[in-house]
Design a protein around this ligand. Structure first.
Ligand code: ATP
Ligand code: MG
Length: 334
């Protein structure tokens, strides 16, 4: 299939093992989009420094994320895969965009407010300007679409703001990038305890990782919060039960979901059976990806070549953007 001209950019932080939220919020769309668009997918190692200053595990996590990218179906012949720190053009753009981002608006960002509550001992300037670095990742490729989960919606809005500010001040360089999920609402895969979303670095016991073994997946699902069941026919589902049904929609057969919906409405539902069904469907979905990623991870040389070649391809496009940026800003003196 010949590709459309639009450019796609997205990435994942190497802060730990990938989970179901990363897969359904992001990776699933990456794999589809690589067939249709000019795609750049990266591993956001610089972003991870804002909350994970210890770099000892970075290399392992970068290799692991790359393995899961490939195991999920990303093909380095169809898209560009690279590591953020291999593209110095991004950090140059970040510097210029920082002059167009205001302290007040950065302080109001939801993720910043959450993170400073979680880590009051490490409120660094990189954390405050996280949305500026993210805007640079996107704008450096002059991207049109950004496949992300719901948690990134506000950052995308800020990216548009910074890009537009640049265009107004210095002249048109950047298109307006949009969050993308094939026309559907952006997704949030909830954590199993009902508190927030699944996450690499938080809610770890209520998050299902793509690296979890079959028994651990079963254990985590069986611990998901339920109650003694509805007492009135057709009652409204509590949030934590909605979450379980939402997760079934990701991995289970529609006929199984219909059966449990009917049981719920008739007050005959047995939550133990519902969770068993969900657990088995999760295992069926995750185990082939996990095993593939394990095999891919073993060939470190192949992984490093993929990332090096990807960085070269990404640099070609990024350098074009930076020439436009420096020209527009009048930073070319001679
Ligand atoms: P961390 O806790 O280290 O921030 P994370 O799980 O939030 O990790 P990110 O690397 O920040 O993962 O995000 C990678 C991609 O996965 C983003 O597109 C983000 O929107 C998406 N994503 C993360 N968590 C979820 C979730 N629970 N549901 C849907 N999408 C998600
Ligand atoms: Mg995150």
């Amino acid at each position: 299939m010949s590709k459309k001209g639009e450019i796609v950019l997205s990435g994942v932080r190497p802060t730990g093992q990938l989970h179901l939220g990363n897969y359904f919020g992001a990776l699933r769309n990456y794999v589809k989009m690589q067939e249709e668009y000019n795609c750049y997918f990266f591993i956001a190692d610089l972003h991870s420094l804002t909350t994970h200053p210890d770099t000892r595990e970075l290399r392992e996590h970068i290799l692991s994320v790359t393995s899961y990218y490939l195991a999920s179906g990303l093909d380095p012949d169809k898209c560009v895969l690279y590591c953020q720190s291999d593209l110095p053009q991004t950090t140059e753009l970040y510097l210029y965009l920082n002059m167009l981002a205001y302290k007040g608006e950065l302080e109001k960002t939801t993720t910043f407010k959450d993170k400073i509550k979680q880590h009051p001992e490490n409120v660094n300037a990189g954390l405050l300007t996280y949305p500026v670095l993210m805007a640079s990742d996107i704008l450096i490729h002059r991207a049109h679409y950004v496949p992300v989960g719901k948690d990134q919606e506000q950052h995308l809005e800020m990216t548009r703001t910074f890009g537009n500010r640049f265009n107004h001040r210095y002249g048109e360089v950047f298109p307006e990038p949009k969050a993308f999920n094939y026309g559907a609402q952006l997704l949030k895969v909830p954590s199993l305890d009902g508190a927030g979303k699944m996450s690499k670095s938080e809610n770890q016991y209520a998050t299902i990782y793509l690296s979890d073994d079959d028994d651990l997946i079963r254990k985590k699902v069986m611990k998901a919060k339920t109650d003694s069941g509805p007492t009135e026919p057709n009652s409204e589902k509590p949030d934590y039960i909605v979450n379980i049904f939402d997760m079934m929609k990701l991995v289970s057969d529609p006929s199984a979901i219909e059966k449990y919906e009917a049981d719920f409405n008739a007050c005959t539902i047995r939550y133990g059976d519902l969770k068993k069904q969900l657990a088995e469907d999760m295992v069926r979905f995750i185990s082939p990806i996990r095993e593939k990623a394990k095999a891919i991870r073993e060939d470190e040389r192949a992984l490093s070549i993929i990332l090096k070649v990807g960085a070269q391809k990404a640099a070609e496009n990024a350098e074009k953007t930076m020439q436009m940026v420096r020209q527009a800003m009048g930073l070319k003196y001679f």
